[in-house]
Design a binder for this molecule. Structure first.
Ligand SMILES: C[S@@+](CC[C@H](N)C(=O)[O-])C[C@H]1O[C@@H](n2cnc3c(N)ncnc32)[C@H](O)[C@@H]1O
Length: 198
């Protein structure tokens, strides 16, 4: 690992300390889709997280689907997966145009995934359901990650956040949400970082 990256990781852990998550096993999900995603590699630790924290396998909600890589990973483990996205990209994604139809088409064979074209801000005003599991991977600003993440943590048993290593704003939001909710925050420091609040 390059010295600069090591230094960044060191300071992030110092400023926003989270328990380092060490998986005890790695499992390849049965079904995956072959599309490039920064999420690649994290699919191996999802079953470990679910087993470790004894998370139910009924319902999962994801904020930030894009082309569906992580949604398909979750479809291996949950009866129902809801994917919420504006499907228009954001300041941090390279794809900016409307990609709802494209994603809907490529996920058509995964019958347990339902896609919703919505801003998380509108979604969280009307959804009162409790989920087994949640995933937050939207625009990587503090305000949005905190607002969406707080709702997700309050409406699930376990919530994960992508990009805790590549965006200090996401790392800070995870740290603050864990503190506010009195839950435990973990960080898996690979594949751009995965925050886990349980
Ligand atoms: C980093 S991508 C998600 C990557 C995806 N999880 C994967 O496995 O490859 C971020 C997505 O968040 C969506 N997004 C950004 N801001 C949003 C918001 N306010 N509400 C809903 N979705 C949003 C973007 O449209 C984009 O598709």
């Amino acid at each position: 690992m390059m010295f600069k990256t090591k230094l960044k990781k060191y300071f992030l852990q110092k400023r926003f300390p989270l328990e380092i998550y060490v998986p005890s096993k790695k499992t390849e999900p049965n079904s995956m889709i072959q599309i490039p995603s920064a999420w690649q590699g994290l699919e191996l630790i999802i079953e470990d997280i679910l087993d470790r924290f004894q998370i139910g396998r009924d319902s999962c909600i994801e904020f930030g689907v894009e082309f569906g890589f992580s949604a398909v990973v979750f479809s291996n483990y949950f009866k129902n997966v809801k994917g919420v996205d504006t499907f228009s990209g954001d300041v941090h994604t390279s794809h900016k145009g409307d990609h709802y139809t494209q994603t809907k088409h490529s996920l058509a064979s995964f019958e347990n995934i339902k896609l919703y074209k919505s801003d998380y801000k509108d979604w969280i005003k009307q959804d009162v359901q409790q989920y087994d599991f949640a995933h937050v991977d939207i625009v990587h600003n503090y305000k949005e990650t905190y607002e969406c993440g707080l709702w997700a943590v309050q409406h699930s048993k376990c919530c994960i956040f992508h990009d805790t290593e590549s965006f200090s704003e996401v790392r800070k939001a995870v740290f603050d949400i864990a503190k506010k909710t009195g839950k435990t925050g973990y960080n898996y420091p690979y594949h751009h970082g995965l925050g886990i609040i349980v």
